[in-house]
Design a protein around this ligand. Structure first.
Ligand SMILES: *Cc1c(COP(=O)(O)O)cnc(C)c1O
Length: 228
């Protein structure tokens, strides 16, 4: 079941990549396993997807600990896709390969501090709120460049790119402007040499809108329901 679902998603990614002339091998697929069991995660890894996304530190910590010492521990790359509270930064830095949800200098400084303690350079993405809905976390697009400049000076953090969550819409086509906005922001940041190295990763697109996100330049998709 999971294996078939993944094949189907990969076929769709390949189709779109052919259309927009991009290499499907460069599109990362993060399986979002929040509220899923360890058995389901293992099935995903066995099917060849080793990027695993969780939205809560506590839940991820339990899963991470359960695979420690098994071959899965070596293969899985853990992604934090949900909001991170400053007081959970210590645990987050211990287990996550990529934190997608950094949305303030304060949080970045705490991640930097905790990463320094364990001699780690923590890969992160900056979460940008491309939709004006108030409830969502993320930096405002107009403040992102300044904040990114500030965060990129931290020694134990490496900003790999940007992340956004498009608002819930009845038709995925309506999500397109949010994705193109994030791509434009990334291009502007890189054109202005805001960071020591150009930002590469654009984490955007979920089950309902990943095809649109891909067309708009996503190279990291976060997919839950379509897999499980
Ligand atoms: C749950 C979640 C996803 C995956 O959503 P699906 O619709 O299940 O594909 C992606 N990104 C974030 C931030 C999420 O919380």
């Amino acid at each position: 079941m999971i294996k078939n679902n993944i094949s189907l998603i990969k076929e769709k990614i390949a189709l779109i990549c052919a259309k927009i002339k991009r290499d499907p091998a460069l599109i990362a697929l993060v399986a979002v396993s929040k509220n899923r069991t360890l058995e389901q995660i293992k099935e995903v890894v066995d099917a060849g997807i080793t990027d695993i996304g969780e939205n809560k530190v506590q839940e991820a910590l339990i899963k991470y600990s359960s695979v420690l010492g098994t071959p899965y521990a070596v293969r899985i790359k853990w992604h934090l896709i949900g909001h991170l509270q400053t007081n959970k930064a210590r645990d987050a830095v211990k287990i996550f390969d990529l934190i997608h949800s950094v949305d303030s200098p304060r949080l970045a400084r705490e991640i930097d501090k905790q990463a320094a303690k364990i001699n780690k350079v923590q890969d992160i993405l900056i979460e940008v709120k491309t939709s004006p809905e108030e409830a969502k976390s993320g930096l405002k697009p107009e403040e992102a460049t300044e904040v990114i400049k500030e965060i990129s000076a931290l020694k134990n953090i490496k900003i790999q790119g940007l992340m956004t969550i498009a608002p819930l819409v009845d038709n995925s086509e309506k999500a397109r402007p949010y994705f193109s906005q994030l791509k434009e922001l990334l291009d502007n940041i890189n054109a202005a040499h805001t960071t020591p190295q150009a930002l590469q990763t654009l984490s955007m697109g979920m089950t309902d809108d990943f095809e649109i996100a891909l067309e708009e330049g996503a190279n990291m998709l976060r997919i839950g329901r379509a897999i499980f």
